[in-house]
Design a protein around this ligand. Structure first.
Ligand code: GLN
Length: 189
């Protein structure tokens, strides 16, 4: 299985390491042609507005086509890019996942947090690292909530698209990336 990690900005290398630990072949994606070589894509955290600036027209088009047809997992800024609606401030994006997401909604850098066992994923507790994290304010019909922080979803999925507002690549627990690889392997079932 070949998984692309969008490598324009942000913490793409931590995703690469985690995916390789899980035996996936990883391609660091920087050019439009590379989307044809991969079965699934991770869009890492970073700064979503910077991603939009760096993408450029042809890479944006190739990315847009990919996320609307193939398995994609966005974390933090990546989740913002996938969302249908972005607030604080409003920002355009890929509009592939029917959620409303609010940027920097938990406070500033200093308010970043590691919540240990604050939520569970499946039956087990899950450590979640939040860094200037966005908050999911609304999920549309058919969007599955896989984990929550308080009342707000932090890990969601619909069909072949998954999004997390935290950084699973920065915790030792490989289950979230494992779930994405399962999704790539099994399609949307
Ligand atoms: N605050 C960033 C944004 O709005 C996301 C932060 C992150 O990816 N860790 O894009």
């Amino acid at each position: 299985m070949r998984i692309g990690v969008l490598a324009l900005q942000g913490d793409f290398d931590a995703h690469r390491r985690r995916l390789e630990e899980l035996s996936a072949e990883v391609v660091l994606v920087r050019k439009p042609g590379q989307f044809d070589e991969i079965d699934g894509l991770v869009i890492p955290g970073g700064e979503s507005s910077t991603f939009l600036k760096l993408l450029g027209e042809s890479t944006f088009q190739a990315l847009n086509k990919f996320v609307h047809t193939k398995p994609t997992f966005g974390t933090c800024a990546g989740a913002i890019l996938l969302a249908k609606q972005v607030e604080n401030p409003h920002q355009p994006g890929l509009d592939v996942l029917d959620i409303t997401i609010r940027r920097n909604a938990y406070g500033r850098q200093i308010d970043s947090a590691i919540l240990e066992a604050a939520s569970s994923f499946g039956d087990e507790p899950l450590e979640m690292v939040f860094i200037r994290a966005p908050r999911i304010e609304r999920v549309g019909e058919g969007v599955e909530v896989l984990a929550k922080r308080g009342d707000h979803p932090v890990l969601v999925r619909k069909g072949r698209v998954m999004a997390a507002t935290f950084h699973p690549e920065l915790s030792p627990d490989p289950r979230v990336h494992g779930a994405f690889l399962e999704l790539v392997k099994n399609g949307t079932k």
